[in-house]
Write a protein that binds this ligand. Structure first.
Ligand code: SAH
Length: 517
């Protein structure tokens, strides 16, 4: 007899309106355990990174007007995987139950005995409006809000449900009206409301791709909004907001005024660092494209590293030049059954504040951080305080040798490769394509190796755009020199040679360019 199968489950998860940061923690938890993810085109694809690499990803591709996978096929896919015992996440834009057919999917699953969970999400009517600076209710201005489908605009039938809207009743609704799926019928909607008695001068706004870096908002009133949206070529997904609250944008439009709002920025750092690095840019409103050019790998032969760890007691200084070095060295030390006491009396040097923070995560403090976060400055400081001592450099298998060269003059120096810095074979086609098309604004470079590798990976047409219409921002003078050596001009160089320093320099440059326009 075959043992009874462990029952699967379907989690119907709201992905939020676009900004990946708006996913709930529960949503992230279930995604992290998913074996199958069935996702809508409205759900931000970046969220798929939260699922295990081995999870099956199924693009439902369902959106208004594009019924690519029919609802029946989606339902059947969900049930089939769950009945086979798998953990399934059905990732839907916004909230699964607000114009999302999540209720129908749940019904279908219930009828077949498939367990399900519903994880709410931030619906566009609340999320996109908030990012546009429009409070959907406001004391004394709007005491109610109605979410309405614009799908069934007056006189239209569509590939959806049969419900009809009572337009005269909506026109009399005492509060804010938020229309979903209405962009293509804006003129009909506005006309129906005016015909129903709503004043033509009622403020209105259309929010396109709200909460994303391409968010756009068109303002007007009921009489003008359709024409203005048409002129601005507004595309789905977009919401129509009707009511006094639309004017609050004049004061509250916070997201569009963030320092890097709408800037399209390529991050070329290794994948381990890219997500954290992207977050700093995204918080300032940028669209980030991740294209690692090098990857961080464990060393192939651990013997030299293990020997260095066992000899630690004999060193006066242990020197780290990257966060990866800290992580790989200390994780190996712990994995060998040792603990921090293995560091003995050795003092610790970190090349900069970020590397020192990495040490801090292991509850140890750097004894030395040079004033300028680069090899030259670290060599100078160490030569001063560490002359005549025994120094161990924990570093990548390749990179600049300046530290060792400088220190060997005054001290006894060993170095050990703690991790490998390997070249990736290619960068994502989308990113190279957009560099070539000039539809990104910036590329960030955080080391000479990354600059050289990016140059090698780009096709000549893309390469020739870099430094011109696609600007470069670098972390330090050596990286700038490497880019210059490849024939690329650099527009921004970080004054503080850390990722945060780079982001700050970039934001300051963009603000300066805006102000002088
Ligand atoms: N379940 C989703 C709505 C799906 S219907 C939710 O709760 O948000 C799709 C409609 O949602 C689109 O036609 C558009 O009107 C609206 N929408 C979704 N994402 C949006 C966004 N980022 N900006 C503006 N409108 C959005």
């Amino acid at each position: 007899m075959t043992p009874p199968q462990r029952p699967g489950i379907v989690h119907l998860v709201g992905a939020g309106p676009g900004d990946p940061g708006l996913l709930t923690r529960r949503g992230a938890d279930v995604l992290a355990r998913a074996e199958v993810v069935v996702f809508d085109h409205l759900a931000n694809e970046r969220l798929l990174d939260l699922a295990p690499p081995a999870a099956l990803r199924v693009r439902a591709g369902k959106s208004v007007g594009h019924c690519l996978l029919t609802q029946d096929q989606i339902n059947a896919t969900l049930a089939e995987h769950a009945l086979a015992g798998r953990t399934v996440v059905r990732l839907k834009g916004g909230d699964p139950l607000v114009f999302g057919r999540g209720g129908e999917e749940a019904d279908y699953l219930r009828e077949r005995g498939v367990p399900f969970e519903i994880v709410p999400g931030v619906t566009a009517g609340v999320g996109a409006t908030a990012y546009a600076g429009i409070p959907v209710t406001s004391r004394g201005v709007a005491s109610a809000v109605a979410f309405v489908t614009g799908h069934q605009a007056p006189g239209l039938g569509a590939c959806g449900s049969p419900a009809r809207i009572d337009w005269p009743a909506l026109a009399r609704f005492p509060g804010t009206l938020v229309f979903y799926m209405g962009v293509t019928h804006l003129a009909d909607i506005a006309r129906a409301l005016i015909d129903g008695g709503k004043p033509a001068a009622t403020p209105a706004a259309v929010v396109e791709s709200g909460t994303t870096p391409s968010q756009r908002v068109v303002d007007g009133d009921l009489a003008s909004i359709a024409e203005r949206a048409r002129e601005a070529r507004v595309r789905p997904p977009a919401l129509l907001v009707v009511g006094e609250v639309a004017t609050h944008r004049e004061r509250l439009a916070w997201s569009e005024s963030r320092p890097l709002f709408g800037r399209r920025i390529v991050v070329t750092r290794p994948r381990e660092e890219a997500a954290r690095s992207a977050a700093a840019l995204e918080a300032m409103g940028a669209e980030v494209l991740i294209a690692p050019t090098v990857e961080i790998l464990p060393v192939e032969d651990f013997a030299p590293l293990d020997a260095a760890i066992d000899r630690l007691g004999g060193y006066d200084w242990l020197v780290f030049t990257s966060t990866n070095g800290v992580r790989m060295f200390l994780d190996r030390l712990l994995a060998r059954g040792r603990d921090l006491r293995a560091l003995g009396r050795a003092k610790l040097a970190a090349i900069g504040s970020t590397t020192a923070e990495a040490l801090g995560r292991y509850h140890i403090r750097a004894d030395l951080i040079p004033p300028s976060f680069r090899s030259e400055s670290l060599a100078e400081e160490l030569a001063r305080v560490g002359a005549g001592s025994r120094i161990l450099l924990a570093r990548a298998d390749r990179g600049r040798t300046i530290l060792q060269d400088e220190l060997r003059r005054v001290a006894e120096v060993d170095q050990v490769a703690v991790y490998r810095n390997a070249d990736v074979a290619s960068i994502p086609a989308e990113v190279s394509g957009r560099i070539e098309a000039g539809t990104v604004d910036w590329i960030t470079l955080s080391s000479p190796a990354i600059a050289v590798r990016l140059h090698a990976l780009l096709a000549p047409e893309a390469r020739s755009r870099v430094g011109r219409d696609v600007k470069l921002a670098t972390i330090s003078p050596v990286t700038t020199a490497a880019a210059n050596g490849l024939g690329w001009d650099v527009a921004v160089e970080a004054a503080v040679h850390t990722w945060d320093g780079l982001v700050e320099a970039l934001a300051a440059h963009v603000a300066g360019a805006r102000a002088s326009r």
